[in-house]
Ligand binder design. Sequence first.
Ligand SMILES: Nc1ncnc2c1ncn2[C@@H]1O[C@H](COP(=O)(O)OP(=O)(O)OP(=O)(O)O)[C@@H](O)[C@H]1O
Ligand SMILES: [Mg+2]
Length: 182
Amino acid sequence: MRELSLHILDIVQNSIAAGARTVDVAISEDEAADLLTIEVADDGAGIPRDILESVLDPFYTSRTTRKVGLGLPLFREAARAAGGDLSIESVPGRGTTVRATFRMSHIDRAPLGDMAETLALLVVCNPDVRFRYMHWRGHAAFSLDSDEFRRGLGDDIAPTNPALAGVLRDVIREGLAPVQRA
Ligand SMILES: Nc1ncnc2c1ncn2[C@@H]1O[C@H](COP(=O)(O)OP(=O)(O)OP(=O)(O)O)[C@@H](O)[C@H]1O
Ligand SMILES: [Mg+2]
């Protein structure tokens, strides 16, 4: 079973490929409702209306290196396997929002995986993209804005310095700990 963080990585890569300047990743763990919601919203090129239907078809892709696009169909499959589903809203020229839901307690619900590692890599590998991350669980919440993080670093450290990934990963891990305990 694939960790959900790997699906999130795929979905965010789509946003980056679509030229997004800002990508919002929101995760909500609502145990009372037994509902996990993962949302990725971007301000990229959007998906033309006539192909919006077909992007969930594993044989559709706008990529030219291979014929099959798998990111969205596989994420939808993971959601459906756990009693949830996936929806896409997209406005050409404005952006795209992908939302997946899961029954938290479902036996086939994949574990979330290492969001700290995933996010740290995304931020460090994409210095021109602003990432905003929000993660709620019960009354606990953690949020991170990559622009604020970079501003906090000052001018001494280049935003692409590979050592940053480790620093950022630890910052996120620490911030997420109380959320994961909640
Ligand atoms: N956020 C987005 N903004 C604009 N277009 C998108 C977005 N997400 C997906 N698409 C479109 O949907 C298609 C299918 O996406 P999907 O992730 O399923 O496959 P892929 O990215 O083509 O290939 P893979 O993910 O397997 O490398 C993409 O090729 C792209 O045209
Ligand atoms: Mg993709």
